[in-house]
Design a protein around this ligand. Structure first.
Ligand SMILES: *[C@@H]1O[C@H](CO)[C@@H](O)[C@H](O)[C@H]1NC(C)=O
Ligand SMILES: *[C@@H]1O[C@H](CO)[C@@H](O)[C@H](O)[C@H]1NC(C)=O
Ligand SMILES: *[C@@H]1O[C@H](CO)[C@@H](O)[C@H](O)[C@H]1NC(C)=O
Ligand SMILES: *[C@@H]1O[C@H](CO)[C@@H](O)[C@H](O)[C@H]1NC(C)=O
Length: 490
């Protein structure tokens, strides 16, 4: 026999339950989230940070030739200057991609500037995207040997060829016995960037003799007409570019500077960016080169939770900063119509058990336990959303919503299922028991429980080639809405 106190509580529950108009009768949600504005880029912060980073370098005086090209590094994140790896900045679980895949190179190097006359002191390039250097046989001014070496270096689009004198290591230590340096870059540079005049003491001090300082002669530059078109990163589609406009689009999540024009590095940063509580995971990035006072200065990856396109690529720069080589890439979404916007049964209020893209399945004996609504007040964005739990509240059975077609995945590849889930309709008491499970080929991979306004949820899954996704839950009056679901490669 329940205590009188418990009976009272039960009666109160029943009263509040009967007072609730179910979603199927266009009831009002208990509470709706505050409106928010999708942020756009802080271009002043980007320009200001571009003024703080120093990504220019030349072949070091004391390092041996033929060092491996270092992995792309991050020089700033959201306005804070740093020097770190892509992996360290990526929040979690972002798959490592082929580092240093910059696309196919065409032949066609041309002289971009000549060296000064033999015997006259010259200077080598200090510029962005320095990769590595070698020395070539110095019996002649051997540009051809330098260019054919560059052809084997990933991303090499420019070389600086020069003699370096009074370098003890070149003269006596390194096996090549040559002082004709060939420095490879992943960007094009001009004679105004010849700012490294040497002047270092490389020879050992002997007695009180003056140590001869290094100096440079005949510093010439050779490059392609433009940077090579990069291969599109795995899990992405090229949306636009190259143009001279960066996106000024809504859904901005922040930016990072990287030390070369590396679309794969941006893709990794986007995959590992983490989530915006209102907008979800990174869905798009915009890579562009900042040219300051005529010289390449840094490479920006701007990240967005909304997919942008060329129509908003209208930031051409500010002050001394000019935007160049801007490209937009959208993350491939493997889930069709995860926002339920494809359901167009009416223009105001209606719902259905299924339509072309989604199928709702009721529990045995249940009615409308999984439905799709056209009604903006129930949606996270737009007008469509999915509902779990009997639409008219006629039973308390669990519903199942599934995409009409299996998900086409790559066997063995890692994916992430992301969704926004709302279990607030009937108020905090009745929704306390609300529950939703994300099922992948029949196995629970994630979910939510309890009262909540639209909240981001995600689950990590592995593809088998053709996969069955479903959302299972709701038990009226503990209804659960889902919206804005995506599947990305992790
Ligand atoms: C960044 O860090 C690496 C590894 O610690 C170091 O070799 C490199 O010189 C640093 N670069 C700058 C610009 O400080
Ligand atoms: C070639 O380089 C070696 C090693 O630095 C140097 O000793 C020699 O003088 C150079 N030869 C010419 C022709 O510059
Ligand atoms: C160097 O030292 C020697 C003796 O150790 C001295 O005779 C000579 O004058 C010195 N030369 C210079 C340039 O100081
Ligand atoms: C990330 O990795 C952790 C630990 O391996 C795992 O628990 C989590 O589900 C993963 N998250 C995503 C989004 O892949």
């Amino acid at each position: 026999m329940p205590s009188p106190k418990r009976l009272l509580a039960l009666a109160a529950l029943l009263v509040s339950a009967t007072a609730i108009v179910p979603p199927g009768q266009q009831g009002s949600p208990d509470q709706t989230a505050d409106d928010f504005t999708n942020p756009t880029p802080d271009n002043d912060l980007i320009a200001q940070t571009a003024g703080q980073v120093d990504q220019k370098s030349s072949a070091p005086v004391d390092a041996p030739p033929n060092a491996d090209v270092p992995a792309t590094s991050v020089t700033a994140v959201d306005g804070t200057v740093t020097n770190t790896t892509i992996a360290a900045v990526s929040a979690a679980n972002s798959t490592r991609r082929d580092v240093g895949r910059f696309g196919k190179r065409q032949s066609g190097f041309k002289q971009l500037f000549a060296g000064l006359d033999k015997g006259v002191h010259d200077a080598s390039i200090e510029g962005t995207a320095y990769l590595t250097y070698t020395v070539v046989n110095n019996a002649t001014y051997n540009v051809d040997a330098c260019l054919s070496w560059c052809a084997g270096i990933q991303g090499c689009v420019f070389v600086n060829v020069y003699y370096e004198f009074n370098n003890y290591l070149l003269d006596f230590v390194f096996g090549e016995k040559s002082n004709l340096k060939c420095a490879a870059y992943g960007d094009l540079h001009s004679a105004v960037e010849k700012t490294n005049f040497g002047g270092q003491a490389s020879y050992p001090q002997v007695g009180n003799e003056t140590v001869p300082l290094t100096y440079i002669t005949q510093s010439s530059g050779w490059g392609l007409d433009s940077l090579v078109d990069p291969d599109t990163p795995d899990g992405y589609d090229l949306v636009f570019g190259p143009t001279n406009g960066a996106n000024n689009a809504p859904g901005y999540m922040g930016f990072a500077f990287i030390d070369k024009y590396d679309v794969n590095a941006c893709a990794q940063l986007c995959n590992g960016r983490g989530v915006d509580p209102n907008g979800g995971g990174c869905a798009y990035f915009n890579i562009w080169r900042a040219v300051v006072n005529g010289n390449p200065t840094t490479y920006t990856c701007s990240m967005y939770y909304l997919v942008a396109d060329e129509s908003t690529a209208v930031n051409y720069g500010q002050g001394d900063l000019v935007v160049t080589l801007s490209r937009g890439y959208a993350r491939k979404n493997y889930l069709t119509d995860g926002g339920f916007e494809g359901y167009s049964g009416c223009s105001g209020f209606c719902f259905t058990d299924s339509y072309a893209n989604w199928v709702g399945t009721s529990a045995p004996g249940g009615q409308h336990d999984a439905t799709i609504f056209y009604f903006s007040p129930y949606a996270h964005n737009g007008h469509g959303s999915g509902l779990l739990g009997s639409a008219f509240g006629t039973d308390n059975k669990v519903g199942t919503l599934s995409p009409a077609q299996p998900i086409q995945t790559k066997n063995g590849a890692n994916y992430v299922v992301q969704c926004f889930v709302n279990s607030a309709f009937s108020g905090s008491q009745l929704e306390a028991s609300a529950k939703m499970d994300i099922m992948w080929n029949g196995v629970r991979v994630g979910g939510t429980s309890g009262y909540q306004l639209y909240t981001f949820v995600e689950a990590a899954v592995t593809g088998t080639g053709s996969d069955k996704l479903s959302f299972v839950g709701g038990a009226a009056p503990a209804w659960v809405f889902i919206d804005d679901c995506v599947i990305y490669e992790a």
